[in-house]
Every structure is written in structure tokens, then in C-alpha cells.
Design a binder for this molecule. Structure first.
Ligand SMILES: [Zn+2]
Length: 124
């Protein structure tokens, strides 16, 4: 249970949840969002152990229209305005790509933050 034996190769690509109703307001602009994604996320705590949890991300039409993976999702919402059996496959693929891009960005930001913390500590 200490995180050992958890393979990095395990594919988490499919394991995310997407909600399109009652989504929370955008944390950046407080506008209404189109979609809430929850995905598993693993990070290291101060002792270097792996900690698993859930991350949430929202898709905001105002804040995310400049991101490649979000653009296609936003376009889908603009056309269909909701997920139906007809567009579920397309939606699932686009949502997966978007969640993956959010996940990558989250990891990068945390790596940067950790490096910044280390740098601050060595400066002080
Ligand atoms: Zn926003």
C-alpha cells in the first residue's frame, strides 16, 4: 500500500468521469462552464510516497477557447449543445483528449511548483 508495485505503464486514459449537468462556475472568470471532468491523479507527498486522489477540471467557453484540445470540444457543444447517443463517440474521444491535456498541464504545473519551492528554500 506504500505505492510500490504501482506500474507507471498502467493506462489511466479511460478512467475519467465527465459531467455536463450542474457544472460548477469557472474558477478563473466565474462564468458558467460546459463540462466537469474528474480524473485520478497521483502525486508525491513530502516523504516521497505516492498519494492518489481525484482532480477536477472544468471546461469554460471563455477561458479555454485558445486551447487546441478544448476548441474541438467547445465546437461540439456549440453545434449540439448536449451529449446525445449520436455524438457520444465523438464526444468521448474529444473529452478524453481534453482530459489528457489537462492532466499533463497539471503535472507540469506541480513539477514547476515543486522546483520553485526547492529554489526558494535554497535561496533563503
Ligand atoms: Zn472561465
Amino acid at each position: 500500500m506504500a505505492g510500490r508495485g504501482v506500474s507507471r505503464e498502467r493506462s489511466d486514459e479511460e478512467s475519467f468521469l465527465v459531467k455536463v449537468e450542474d457544472t460548477p462556475p469557472c474558477p478563473q472568470c466565474a462564468g458558467s462552464t460546459l463540462l466537469l471532468a474528474q480524473f485520478p491523479h497521483t502525486w508525491k507527498n513530502r516523504r516521497g510516497d505516492d498519494v492518489s486522489g481525484l482532480r477536477e477540471a472544468v471546461l469554460c467557453p471563455d477561458c479555454h477557447h485558445g486551447e487546441a484540445e478544448a476548441v474541438e470540444l467547445l465546437a461540439l457543444f456549440a453545434v449540439d449543445s448536449q451529449v446525445s447517443p449520436e455524438n457520444l463517440d465523438v464526444f468521448g474521444g474529444l473529452a478524453a483528449a481534453w482530459v489528457e491535456s489537462v492532466r499533463q498541464r497539471t503535472v507540469n504545473e506541480e513539477t514547476l511548483m515543486a522546483e520553485f519551492e526547492l529554489w526558494k528554500r535554497s535561496e533563503l
